[in-house]
Design a protein around this ligand. Structure first.
Ligand code: GDP
Ligand code: MG
Length: 299
């Protein structure tokens, strides 16, 4: 057999919510493809982050955190997205937070037993520990939990140890041709990124449970000569949520809109005009038709 000149494969990032899977995806790709917040349910879909160089193409698969409680159809959708990403991958990377081990991490570890692909691990957020030697017992304990192809401590946010990670990953990719053009960084459209960016601002600005009951639908996305025009509907699950999203005198909606517009302008490198509406679709998280309409379907 002759050696193929390139390597290419899917690398699924799995783990409980908030360990930094999406931050890592963005840093590895060098561009924002996945939204970030300290809230669970920030990532609801499987999102590809593609990194290419001359010899390799690594297709990172950012996934929703695995949830134990599947109280809504939406949660079941997210769990399926995470599980199927892991089962289709050439390499699965279990992401945890340095110094922390929770019941949710334990549940992910258990779920990984069913995965046939090789499994490696990332210990993220090492920047939170100034004295790294305090992490040695944690590392030893972690390494005893199962066999990992490698265990890489790093900081996604501070971009520490990303090169060694990439080298490990490249070595484990199957030989084969690239699956995406080398300048493509994600499989998601500008429309999708726009909806996600607005949802990120909702997550970051609304308190408590409400962000989980929101989703964003793009009504129109028009490239004009000198700017992009976007119309977006923020769907909430209950009538009582509407007022909260709009805020006193429209203040909250204005703030979310302004932040989204600034972020989108930076992402697209041009001016963005954004128009938003808030609408109610009762219990959309359990409504199969609504879920499909809002993009939460398998395909
Ligand atoms: N200190 C620190 N915080 C991080 C790091 N990576 C991610 N975070 C933070 O952890 C939170 C969750 O990040 P996110 O990427 O959305 O996690 P995900 O739910 O696993 O995708 C955010 O507030 C991030 O800013 C890191 O390396 N160090
Ligand atoms: Mg995420």
């Amino acid at each position: 057999m002759t050696d193929f000149p390139t390597r290419c494969g899917f690398v699924a990032l799995v783990g409980r919510p908030n360990v930094g899977k999406s931050t890592l995806t963005n840093r590895l790709v060098g561009q924002k493809v996945s939204i970030i917040s300290a809230r669970p349910q920030t990532t609801r879909h499987r999102i590809l982050g593609i990194r290419s160089d001359d010899e390799s193409q690594i297709i990172f698969v950012d996934t929703p955190g695995l949830h134990q409680r599947e109280q809504h159809s939406l949660n079941r959708y997210m769990n399926r997205a995470a599980r199927s990403a892991a089962s289709d991958a050439d390499l699965v990377i279990f992401v945890v937070e340095a110094g922390r081990w929770t019941e949710q991490d334990e549940a992910v570890l258990l779920a990984l037993e069913k995965v046939s692909a090789p499994v490696a691990a990332i210990i993220n957020k090492v920047d939170l520990h100034t004295d790294k030697t305090t992490l040695l017992p944690y590392l030893a304990e972690f390494g005893a939990r199962r066999e990992f192809k490698f265990i890489m401590p790093l900081s996604a946010k501070r971009e520490r140890n990303l090169e060694p990670l990439l080298n490990e990953v490249r070595g484990l990719l199957p030989e084969g041709p690239f699956m995406f053009p080398t300048d493509q960084v994600t499989d998601r459209s500008e429309r999708f990124m726009t909806a996600e960016t607005i949802r990120e601002k909702l997550l970051r600005n609304l308190n408590q449970e409400l962000p989980y009951a929101c989703t964003v639908e793009i009504e129109y996305f028009r490239q004009q000569e000198d700017r992009i025009e976007v119309g977006a509907v923020i769907w909430v699950a209950r009538d009582s949520h509407k007022g909260i999203v709009i805020g006193k005198g429209g203040e909250m909606l204005k703030r979310v809109g302004t932040r989204a517009r600034q972020d989108l302008a930076a992402q697209f490198g041009q001016r963005v005009h954004l128009e938003t509406w808030v609408k109610v679709r009762e219990n959309w998280q359990d409504d199969q038709r609504a879920l499909r309409a809002f993009g939460y379907d398998e395909k």
